[in-house]
Design a protein around this ligand. Sequence first.
Ligand SMILES: C[C@H](O)[C@@H](O)CC(=O)C(=O)O
Ligand code: MG
Length: 406
Amino acid sequence: MLQRVISLTVRDVRFQTSLEQHGSDAMHTDPDYSAAYVVIDTDCGLKGFGLTFTVGKGTEIVVRAVDALAGLVVGKSLQEIVSDFRGFYRLLTSDGQMRWLGPEKGVIHLATAAVLNAVWDLWARAEVFITCADCFFRLPEDQMLKEGYPAYTTSCAWLGYPDQQLKQLCTDALEGGWTKFKVKVGADLEDDIRRCRLIRQMIGPNNTLMIDANQRWDVDEAISWVSRLSEFKPLWIEEPTSPDDILGHAAISKALAPLGIGVATGEQCANRVMFKQFLQASALQFVQIDSCRLGSVNENLAVLLMAHKFKVPVCPHAGGVGLCELVQHLILFDYICVSASLSDRMCEYVDHLHEHFVNPVVIQDAHYMPPKDPGYSCEMLESSVQRHQYPEGEAWKAAHEQMTKA
Ligand SMILES: C[C@H](O)[C@@H](O)CC(=O)C(=O)O
Ligand SMILES: [Mg+2]
């Protein structure tokens, strides 16, 4: 058997996280964590699973874009794809008609990520990857297997959580061994001061605090707002302004450097070309790769290598459904094969929706433990997919009934 792709299906899967304000921030006030979920079937029965993350409405558009790309995958053998993976990446991103929709940005790029994530999953399952036995790689690999990769949590302080909930979640997290916490900011300065003070008091002076504005400000506003929050000693301000404003990020970085606050960004950085310029312009101090925003492993590897060249630490974004599952592979690769450093490095963790995955992430003592199962870890439970498929799944039918009654 050639492991030839015989079909590619995609479904719109949504979770009602907005009901309890999970995932909320200054710009995304009611996110329903969602995914365009892809399954690739091959003629030998082997499957590949992939997804791209969205926040609710519009997932159907990503689904249509995946459908549009499917014709470029179906009929190809896995061997044909991986023997010239660069060529295959280009085939998806450079189609003479579809590239007009990007190129390599927006909905079409999210769709590319979903497809390629499924191809990487398929390849990993086919190979059941055995890592090379080189001594240098062995050492970091053994360390990861023993200790895991350091993580930080965002789940205590989504913007829509009331203070009481924030306190409780923070208490639980401290008991669970968490030492690094991210707080959403950006909608109201007085609120931010109160919330940051509360968290800083709870976590003490030695634990790490990060703040995330999700692009809420213009450049000057970002500088003055974050200066007001500097007393809480955040390590970084994340997405202070438009994700496309590279020189704006550079200006913010320069202004905040004397306060000891770095700029982090990447979850909405469209592609490797943008990252290249962010790095060239010293516009960020923490690179936040995203497993679904960039064109899958292929493009993320390029960014990991560039970050290494510029000596900027990589701290991946994972706030979404399935992102922790995916990104753990990338950050382990970064440590084992590229950076071999944990200095100023950590991977985001959010404590939502892992129960819907066949091989959910394993967190121990605030560290990601390396996944043991073959593949890219984003296969979802079929029962979950069916229940949360939009709009026909039982979860959505029930929600719709409730809304019509009210
Ligand atoms: C809408 C998402 O939850 C976003 O707030 C995630 C994010 O910015 C992060 O995890 O960082
Ligand atoms: Mg963020």
